[in-house]
Design a protein around this ligand. Structure first.
Ligand code: DLL
Length: 425
C-alpha cells in the first residue's frame, strides 16, 4: 500500500528533498490557479519559481481562518469545481464553518493517510472498526471510514446512535477498534458500566481517539475502563481532516505525515519560528492537496515538534499532544490556564469522574472560574477542598470547585464543550 512503513522510515534528507519537490509543485499550482495566493505572493515579492529551499517558505505570509472565511466557500479552490468530488467543512467551533474541497486524488490520498494512522495505532485488516463520529460535513467519520476500508478492515458506521445502542453494537458485532472523540469514548465506557457490561465482555483492543484535546490521565482512564490501547490522532478540516498525524503504539508523540504536510511551530505572538521541543502555534502547509492547498495555515493549536526518530522506526517528525488552542486560553487573574491542565488535575484526584465543565463569569470586574466536576459523593466536603487545593497549586490561581452528582453534566456526541463562557453575556 502506498505510504506504509518504507515511506514512513525515510531518512531526513530524503524527506526534506521530497517535501521541497512537492512544495514547489504546490506553490506553482496555487500561484497559477488561485488569485488570492497569486496576489499574496506578489505582495511578498515572491515567485514560486524562486523556491530553492524549504526555508524560503518563510518569505510567504501566513494564511488564517479569516482568509478562509473571506473566500468561503470555493474561493481558494485550485481546480475547477467540476473536479471537486466531495465537500466537507470545519466544525465551526470558533465561528463560521468553512468548506473543504477534495478531488478524486485527494480522496485517495486521504484514505491512505488515515489507513496509516490506523496501522500506527495497532489496527489491521482483520479488525472490526466501529466509527462513532457523526457522519456528515465533519471530516472525522468519512475520513476514518474510508481509511479503514482502504486497509481492508470491517467498518461499522454507527455514527451518532444512542450510547446504549452503541455499546450493544460494540458487544454484538465484537468490534475490536473504536474510533471517536475521547469524551465520547468515556460516555460509552459509562454506558457499558450502566448496562452491566464488563469491559472483558467486549472485544475492544484499540481506541483511536482525536478531534479534541485530552490528557494522559484521560488516556489511562479510558485504557483501564475499556481495556484497550488508546492512541491520539490529530488533523483539521482545513488540511483535509484526520490523517495528518497519529501516535504509534509507543504513544510518545504523534507522527506527522511529513510527505504530505510541512509543519512549522511559531511563537503565536511574534510569529517567529521556535526551536524543536518548544511549544508554539502549529502552522501547516499541504504538499499534495489538489482541490484546496493551504499555505502556512495558522492552526491556533499549541504543540511542540521533535524530529528525533521514534523507537518504532518511523522517522517522521512527532508532534506533542495539542496543549490547547490559542483561543481556548483562559486568562484568569493574570494566570494563563488551559482547560486540559484542569482536566489533568481532576483525573488525578481519587473520587471525581472525568466529566467536568468550566464556567467563566465576571463579578466585580474580575474574572472568576467555577469548575463543576461529577463525583460519586457530591456532598464530600473534604474531597471538594482537596480538588480546590490541587487546582490552585497546579494552576497558580484559585478557582471555585463544585461537586455535582454523576450524570448531571451534559454529554456531547461529538466534541466536548468544556468551557462555558458567561463573561460576554
Ligand atoms: O477534528 C479532524 C479530526 C477528525 C481529527 C477526527 C482527528 C480525528 P476539525 O473539526 O476541523 O477537524 O477540528 C480541528 O480540532 O484545530 C484542534 O483544535 C482540534 N483537534 C483535532 N484533533 C485533536 C487532537 C477535526 N488529537 C481542530 N487533540 C483542531 C487536540 C485536536 N485537539
Amino acid at each position: 500500500m502506498n505510504g506504509l512503513p518504507d515511506r514512513e522510515a525515510m531518512d531526513r534528507e530524503a524527506i526534506e528533498q521530497l517535501q521541497l519537490e512537492r512544495l514547489e509543485a504546490t506553490l506553482n499550482r496555487v500561484q497559477r490557479n488561485v488569485p488570492f495566493h497569486r496576489r499574496r505572493f506578489t505582495e511578498a515579492g515572491f515567485d514560486a519559481e524562486d523556491l530553492r529551499s524549504l526555508a524560503d517558505l518563510r518569505r510567504l505570509p501566513f494564511t488564517t481562518k479569516r482568509d478562509l472565511r473571506d473566500n468561503h466557500p470555493s474561493g481558494l479552490f485550485a481546480v475547477p469545481l467540476r473536479e471537486v468530488v466531495r465537500v466537507h467543512a470545519s466544525s465551526g467551533t470558533t465561528g463560521l464553518a468553512t468548506a473543504v474541497g477534495y478531488t478524486r486524488n485527494d480522496l485517495a490520498t486521504w484514505s491512505d493517510l488515515v489507513a496509516r494512522v490506523l496501522v500506527a495505532g495497532g489496527v489491521g485488516k482483520d479488525d472490526v472498526v466501529q466509527v462513532a463520529f457523526d457522519y456528515g460535513l465533519f471530516t472525522g467519520a468519512f475520513g476514518f471510514h474510508q481509511g479503514a476500508e482502504r486497509l481492508g478492515a470491517s467498518v461499522i458506521p454507527v455514527s451518532s446512535a444512542s450510547a446504549r445502542r452503541q455499546v450493544d453494537i460494540l458487544r454484538d458485532y465484537r468490534s475490536t477498534a473504536l474510533v471517536c472523540t475521547p469524551s465520547h469514548a468515556m460516555t460509552l465506557a459509562d454506558a457499558a458500566l450502566d448496562a452491566g457490561i464488563r469491559p472483558g465482555e467486549l472485544s475492544l483492543r484499540f481506541g483511536l481517539f482525536g478531534a479534541e484535546p485530552w490528557s494522559e490521565s484521560m488516556r489511562a482512564e479510558l485504557q483501564a475502563k475499556l481495556k484497550l490501547v488508546a492512541t491520539d490522532n490529530y488533523g483539521l478540516s482545513e488540511v483535509g481532516g484526520p490523517g495528518m498525524a497519529g501516535e504509534c503504539l509507543e504513544r510518545n508523540g504523534l507522527h506527522v505525515a511529513e510527505d504530505h504536510f510541512l509543519v512549522e511551530v511559531v511563537d503565536p505572538e511574534t510569529l517567529a519560528p521556535v526551536p524543536d521541543g518548544t511549544t508554539g502555534e502549529l502552522v501547516v502547509t499541504t504538499l499534495t492537496r489538489e482541490a484546496q492547498p493551504v499555505i502556512r495555515f495558522r492552526t491556533r493549536d499549541l504543540a511542540s515538534v521533535t524530529r528525533v526518530p521514534c523507537a518504532c522506526g518511523r522517522t517522521f517528525a512527532r508532534m506533542s499532544r495539542v496543549k490547547g488552542r490559542t483561543d481556548d486560553l483562559i486568562l484568569l487573574k493574570g494566570a494563563r490556564v488551559f482547560p486540559s491542565e484542569i482536566e489533568s488535575v481532576l483525573l488525578e484526584v481519587e473520587g471525581t469522574e472525568p466529566h467536568y465543565e468550566i464556567e467563566l463569569t465576571r463579578g466585580d470586574g474580575r474574572d472568576e472560574a467555577t469548575v463543576r466536576v461529577e463525583a460519586a459523593s457530591p456532598g464530600d466536603e473534604p474531597l471538594r477542598a482537596t480538588v480546590e487545593r490541587r487546582l490552585a497549586s497546579a494552576l497558580g490561581v484559585s478557582v471555585r470547585v463544585e461537586l455535582v452528582p454523576p450524570r448531571t453534566l451534559a454529554r456531547s456526541e461529538g466534541k466536548a464543550r468544556r468551557v462555558v463562557d458567561r463573561r460576554r453575556v
